[in-house]
Ligand binder design. Structure first.
Ligand code: HEM
Length: 456
C-alpha cells in the first residue's frame, strides 16, 4: 500500500508518545482516545503505533470478517512461559485441533451435568466463612474467590488429583502474580535490581508450578478411573489402562501441561475477579441486593442449587452481565495484523497491533445510555433488541471468543446464589475501591467485606 491513509489519533509528547499516559491508566486513557478520535484511532506508543478499534461494526471487521488476517498477540513472554502452547495462544492447526476437541466439554449440556459436584465444593468452601461471621472478621473477597475458583477450575481441569495440591498451587500462583511485570516494568531493563529480583522469583515460582503439575500427571495413572476432569478427555481413544496412560503421559508431558495450565489459568482468575466486582455492585445498590435475595429465595430457597434452578435466575444473570459490562475482568485484548489490509476504510499495516478494549466499547454513549450507570435492566430482552452483538464483548467475539463463557456465567450465578442463601456481605467502612489494569481488571486494594449471617 503506498497511499498512507491512517486513522486519526493522539501523538503524545516526545520520544515516548502516549506511553506514559497508557502506563498510568490504560483503560481510561483509551476511553478518552475513543471519545475524541472515534471508532478507530492510531495511538503513538513511542517506539511503535497501535490501533484502538472500539466501534462495534469495526470490531466485527477485525474479529469476524477479517479474522484470517490476524494472529493473537503473544508479545508478553511471561504469559507464554506460564501457559505455553495451549488454546489461548496456539495458532493454526494446533489451535483448531485443541478447540474442536475441547468444545463438547464446554457446552451448556455438558457443563450442566457438572453442577452438582461444583455446588457441593463451593458450598463447603463458603461455609468456612461461618467463623468470620461469628467472630465479626471481614473476608478479603479477591483472595477468597481466587482460592475458590482455583479449586473449582483445578478439579474440573486436572481431576481429583488437584485437591491435595490446591493449597500449594495457590501459594505458588500468588508468587507468580506478585512477580508479574507491571506495565511500567515492561520496557525497563533487567539490570534494575527490582526487576531482576522479580524475574528470578517469577522463574522460581514457575519451576515450582511445573513440578506440581508434572507430579499430578505422573500420579494420574493411579487416579484416572473415577476422574471427572478435562485431563481424562485429553487422553486419545484406546489409551484407557494404567500402562497405556503412563506411557502416553510420559510422551506428551509438555503439551498436556500447557493445555491444562491454559484452561486452569484462563478459568480461575477471570471468574474470581468478575465475582469480586459482582459482589461489589450487589452491595453498592441496596435494591439490587434485595432483588437478588428475593429471587434466590423464591427460585431456590434453601435447597442446593441445581443446573435447572440456576437457569431460572433471570435477574441474577442480568446483574452479572451488567457487572461484566462495567467491570469486564478481561478489560482488553489484542491482535497483530499478518498482512496489509483495510479496516473501516483505513490502512492497517502488517505487524500492527490492534487493541480491542471491552472497557471502552462498553462505555460508548452511542450504544449505552448513561454508560457509567449500573443498570441490569439493560439486559431485559426488549432493551437488547437492535443492540449490536459487538457492543457487548466481555467474552470477545468471533472464532477465538471465550470458550468458557457459559462456565463463567454458571459459576458466577452459583456463587452469588450460595452467598445469598447464607450471608449479607457489606464493604468494610473506609475500604477504598479502585480499578487496576493488571492481567485482569482487579480491585487495586482488594475487596474487604464484612460477613453477616442471614437470620434463619
Ligand atoms: C468472567 C470470566 C471470563 C472472562 C471475562 C473471559 C474473557 C475472555 C476473553 C475476552 C477471551 C478472548 C481473549 C483474546 O482473544 O485474546 C477469552 C478467551 C478464552 N477463555 Fe475466557 N473468560 C472468562 C472465563 C473463562 C473460563 C471459565 C474458561 C474455562 C476454561 C475460559 C477459557 C478461555 C479460553 C481457553 C480462551 C481462549 C479461546 C481461544 O483462543 O480459542 N475463560 N476469555
Amino acid at each position: 500500500m503506498s497511499n498512507h491513509n491512517f486513522p486519526p489519533g493522539p501523538e503524545g509528547q516526545g520520544k515516548l508518545g502516549c506511553l506514559p499516559e497508557m502506563r498510568a491508566n490504560p483503560m481510561e486513557f483509551l476511553e478518552q482516545v475513543a471519545l475524541k478520535y472515534g471508532g478507530i484511532a492510531r495511538v503513538n506508543m513511542g517506539a511503535y503505533y497501535s490501533y484502538l478499534v472500539s466501534e462495534p461494526k469495526l470490531i466485527k471487521e477485525v474479529l469476524v470478517d477479517n479474522y484470517d488476517k490476524y494472529k493473537k498477540n503473544t508479545r508478553y513472554k511471561q504469559v507464554r512461559m506460564v501457559i505455553g502452547e495451549g488454546m489461548l495462544l496456539s495458532e493454526g492447526d494446533v489451535w483448531k485441533n485443541q478447540r474442536s476437541h475441547a468444545q463438547p466439554k464446554f457446552t451448556a449440556k455438558s457443563l450442566d451435568k457438572q453442577v452438582d459436584w461444583i455446588t457441593a465444593l463451593a458450598a463447603d468452601f463458603l461455609d468456612t466463612w461461618d467463623s468470620n461471621a461469628k467472630e465479626n472478621k471481614p473476608v478479603e473477597l479477591e483472595y477468597q474467590f481466587n482460592l475458590l475458583t482455583q479449586l473449582l477450575a483445578g478439579v474440573w481441569v486436572m481431576g481429583e488429583g488437584f485437591k491435595p495440591r490446591a493449597q500449594t498451587v495457590f501459594s505458588i500462583y500468588n508468587q507468580i502474580r506478585m512477580n508479574w511485570p507491571e506495565m511500567t516494568d515492561l520496557r525497563s531493563t533487567l539490570l534494575q535490581p527490582k526487576n531482576l529480583k522479580k524475574e528470578i522469583n517469577f522463574r522460581k515460582a514457575l519451576a515450582n508450578l511445573n513440578k506440581c503439575v508434572y507430579s499430578l500427571l505422573d500420579d494420574y495413572s493411579n487416579t484416572y478411573e473415577n476422574d471427572i476432569g478435562f485431563l481424562k478427555h485429553l487422553l486419545p481413544e484406546g489409551v484407557n489402562d494404567k500402562s497405556a496412560i503412563k506411557k502416553y503421559i510420559k510422551n506428551n508431558r509438555r503439551s498436556l501441561r500447557d493445555q491444562l495450565l491454559t484452561l486452569f489459568v484462563t478459568a480461575f482468575e477471570t471468574t474470581a475477579t468478575s465475582l469480586c466486582w459482582s459482589l461489589y455492585v450487589i452491595d453498592k445498590y441496596s435494591e439490587v441486593k434485595q432483588s437478588i435475595h428475593d429471587e434466590v429465595n423464591q427460585v431456590i430457597g434453601l435447597q442446593a442449587p441445581t443446573a435447572e434452578l440456576l437457569n431460572k435466575l433471570d435477574y441474577t444473570e442480568k446483574v452479572i452481565k451488567e457487572s461484566l459490562r462495567l467491570y469486564s475482568s478481561v478489560h482488553s485484548f489484542s491482535r497483530v495484523a499478518l498482512l496489509d489490509h483495510e479496516i473501516g476504510g483505513y490502512q492497517v499495516p502488517k505487524e500492527m497491533t490492534v487493541i480491542i478494549s471491552s472497557y471502552v466499547t462498553h462505555r460508548l454513549p452511542e450504544y449505552w445510555d448513561d454508560p457509567h450507570t449500573f443498570d441490569p435492566s439493560r439486559f431485559d430482552k426488549q432493551r437488547t433488541v437492535g443492540r449490536s452483538r459487538f457492543a457487548y464483548i466481555p467474552f470477545a467475539a468471533g472464532h477465538r471468543n471465550c470458550i468458557g463463557s457459559y462456565m463463567a456465567l454458571m459459576q458466577s450465578k452459583l456463587v452469588v446464589a450460595l452467598i445469598a442463601q447464607r450471608y449479607n456481605l457489606t464493604l468494610c467502612d473506609g475500604h477504598k475501591v479502585e480499578k487496576h489494569a493488571a492481567t485482569t481488571m482487579r480491585p487495586k486494594y482488594g475487596m474487604k467485606m464484612n460477613v453477616q449471617h442471614l437470620a434463619a
